[in-house]
Ligand binder design. Structure first.
Ligand SMILES: Nc1nc2c(ncn2[C@@H]2O[C@H](COP(=O)(O)OP(=O)(O)OP(=O)(O)O)[C@@H](O)[C@H]2O)c(=O)[nH]1
Ligand SMILES: [Mg+2]
Length: 322
């Protein structure tokens, strides 16, 4: 999507402030313990020099790992710092600039973050993930956003497993004013997807978003069912443009990576939606997803409201942490 479109639309307007406030807890675990000015007794903030010695570097590595950025990232960052400056004094501004540049290069390990939408054909967005991570909510928000952009949107209630799941999606479809394909409770999710693809083609929808049941990554039968859904798409919509997005809850930190690896075995992924960044202190996981999974985070959830799903902008994200 063009930058201009984004800047003109309502959901974009307050992104920077929204992001800053959503990331405040992550900032307090990831950045503040490393870059902090000392407050004197008279309440004046002074910048104290930081001596980059072995103790400092060891402590830094520990803090980074605790903040969920991943072992590889933490080791690289510390090694880079050691290379540049051993036993020298750094100002807190210098540490801040160094961290910003390291964080930015961590995100460069993954492909570009934009959600791919093609104008000349059907786009299918398949949403998968563990129970309760925010799949259905994110679909509602995304459908609303596409609708605001003037696209013709269809959503498929592919979670036929949990009672009330389809009703939850139906409520979102009404809010976003988009169409929905829903079969009887307990229907085969593959059949729902098949029918939705047929409708999307016949009635020339721009985007079809597919909801799926939450499943534990260690439950083989449910994962096999996901594989089936994926094969229906591959077989009956091979000319459509597909985004397969894994929803990860930012508050679970490193466990999200393990989930992602298993999901990717059953359904090749093109990116991640990282939800619940608001209120999470483990937003550092963004850096680990890029480095260790090599998957781009495409969208981020910053709250429960319709407009609280935003594009992930690596540069903006890093800026908002400082
Ligand atoms: N604060 C916050 N809450 C969120 C966000 N995204 C989703 N939620 C909440 O998370 C809860 C679960 O969301 P759902 O969308 O039902 O999750 P799901 O993955 O579809 O769940 P299952 O269908 O049971 O697997 C709801 O209460 C949502 O409002 C977010 O970005 N921030
Ligand atoms: Mg759901």
């Amino acid at each position: 999507m063009e930058t201009n479109d984004k800047q003109n639309s309502t959901w974009w307007g307050s992104t920077v402030n929204k992001l800053k406030s959503a990331l405040s807890r992550t900032k307090s675990t990831l950045v503040d313990p490393i870059v902090h000015d000392q407050i004197t007794e008279s309440n004046v903030s002074v910048k104290t020099p930081i001596i980059v010695d072995d103790d400092y570097l060891e402590d830094l590595e520990e803090k980074l790992i605790k903040a969920d950025i991943g072992l590889n990232n933490a080791e690289t960052l510390v090694a880079d710092m050691r290379k540049i400056s051993k036993s020298q004094n750094w100002t807190s501004n210098e540490v801040e600039d160094f961290l910003k540049s390291e964080f930015t290069s961590m995100l460069a390990h993954a492909d570009k973050s934009e959600l791919n939408i093609q104008n000349d054909r059907l786009n299918i967005i398949l949403i998968v993930g563990v129970n309760g991570t925010g799949k259905t909510t994110s679909i509602g928000k995304l459908a609303w956003r596409f609708k605001q952009e003037g696209k013709k949107v269809l959503i498929a209630a592919g979670d036929t497993f949990r009672a009330a799941a389809e009703t939850q999606l139906e409520i979102w479809s009404e809010r976003a004013q988009v169409d929905i394909v829903r079969l009887a409770d307990g229907a085969d999710p593959g059949a729902v997807v098949f029918q939705a693809i047929g409708k999307a083609r016949q009635e020339k929808y721009d985007v079809l978003i597919v909801d799926t049941a939450g499943r534990l990554h260690n439950k083989a039968n449910l994962m096999a069912e996901l594989k089936k859904i994926r094969s229906v798409i591959d077989k009956h919509a091979s000319d459509a443009f597909l985004e397969a997005l894994l929803v990860i809850d930012a508050s679970i930190g490193q466990n999200g990576l393990q989930q992602a690896k298993v999901f990717a075995e059953f359904c090749p992924l093109t990116g991640v939606i990282l939800t619940k960044l608001d209120g999470s202190s483990k937003g550092g996981i963004v850096f680990s997803i890029a480095r260790d999974l090599k998957l781009p985070v495409k969208l981020i959830g910053l709250g429960e409201k319709m407009e609280d799903l935003r594009d992930f902008e690596p540069k903006l994200f890093v800026e908002a942490l400082f």
